[in-house]
Design a protein around this ligand. Structure first.
Ligand code: SF4
Length: 351
């Protein structure tokens, strides 16, 4: 744990005991997040990203449970706290924004009321002050005519504006950490960019740390300071964003980068290779490296199908037996003719 870490997740394991067997949804993730930092957890659905977030705030659904590990929040282990103690932290110190704002907003109350109720609950402000705070937060997230729109109902907002309302609500109690779980997945590309911009601005203005959960490495590019890439419940690559993007050490990360939408192949000179196949069952993981059936670098039979690679502990680490070889593949981020992000692969010369 770094000395200034606000959140330090250490060896977290969250498993689901089902009739079909033990689903190791999260199996040994560790990371530190400091004030004002953005850490992104990336991976396909089922990789364990959302369960990691739920574990942090003590909302693991049945039949899941935290098997081992620590979630140190300002030095206190949240795993050991009672539900009552956790309720005091959720919303006030750690807030969450989900993918679908409609399912989190109450359709029968105005958004102003919902935000001000949140403030009253956690900050114990008088009604009038809580209402002012609601309008202030709506202005902060860029909702035009905030004082008038505070009297509108959720269905009167567009998808992007509803997501801003959720962010306003989450930030209304000045949390130290905002967990944003696929906050832009349901939105079109332009609105996605606007919502991400709002998060970025908020981080700069308030110093709130952000844990961003996403399947899309493109979303992470301009926003995260650190990235943890998850595959089949385990972290497979971890490091500063620039390192993970430009010196990827795990074939799965390379695959995610190569799968970014709007790839321009016209002058790439080499075909891109998205990840083939599907993620494995978390009950019956492949032996050795669980990515080996989909990995184009795999040596099977051999170390990849026989020995599970460990992640390591360096600042930029990857759970791959051949991470040095993988690091020589360069994925160039660029923009295509329409200005959209695109990627192309090349091989760095061996040094
Ligand atoms: Fe691929 Fe082998 Fe590395 Fe696993 S250990 S990611 S199978 S090269």
């Amino acid at each position: 744990m770094t000395t200034d870490a606000l959140l330090s997740v250490q060896g977290l394991r969250t498993w689901f005991h089902t009739d079909a067997g033990v689903v190791k949804a999260v199996d040994g993730i560790s990371f530190d997040l400091s004030r004002g930092e953005v850490l992104a957890i990336v991976g396909e659905s089922g990789a364990g990203k959302s369960v990691t977030a739920m574990s942090i705030i003590g909302l693991v659904p049945d039949p899941g449970r935290i098997e081992s590990g620590k979630v140190l929040w300002k030095g206190r282990d949240l795993v050991r706290l009672s539900e009552r103690e956790l309720r005091g932290i959720r919303g006030a110190e750690i807030a969450m924004v989900f993918q679908d704002p409609m399912s989190s907003l109450n359709p029968v109350h105005t958004v102003g009321r919902q935000i001000s109720e949140m403030v009253r609950l956690h900050r114990r402000l008088p009604r009038r002050q809580a209402q002012d705070r609601a309008v202030e937060m709506m202005e902060l997230v860029g909702i035009p005519h905030a004082s008038r729109r505070a009297g509108s109902y959720p269905h009167e907002f567009s998808g992007g504006m509803r997501q801003r309302v959720m962010i306003a609500m989450a930030l209304s109690c000045e949390p130290d950490l905002l967990i944003a779980d696929e906050p832009t997945t349901a939105l079109d590309v332009t609105i996605q960019a606007q919502v991400l911009e709002v998060l970025q601005e908020i981080k700069q203005r308030t110093g709130t740390a952000i844990l961003l959960i996403t399947h899309d490495l493109g979303v992470v590019a301009g926003m995260a300071d650190q990235v943890v890439v998850m595959y089949a419940g385990k972290p497979v690559e971890k490091g500063r964003t620039a390192d993970v993007f430009y010196r990827s050490r795990h074939p799965y990360t390379l695959g995610l980068l190569s799968s970014l939408p709007r790839v321009d192949l016209r002058d790439a000179g080499q075909r891109l290779r998205p990840i083939e196949g599907n993620p494995p069952s978390l009950v019956h993981l492949p032996a050795g490296c669980s990515f080996h059936p989909r990995c184009r670098f795999a040596r099977c039979p051999g170390p990849c199908s026989e020995e599970e690679p460990s992640l390591g502990t360096s600042d930029h680490c990857a759970a791959c037996h051949f991470s040095e070889e993988v690091a020589r593949v360069e994925v160039a981020m660029m923009h295509d003719a329409t200005g959209e992000p695109a990627v192309r692969e090349a091989r760095r010369p061996s040094s």
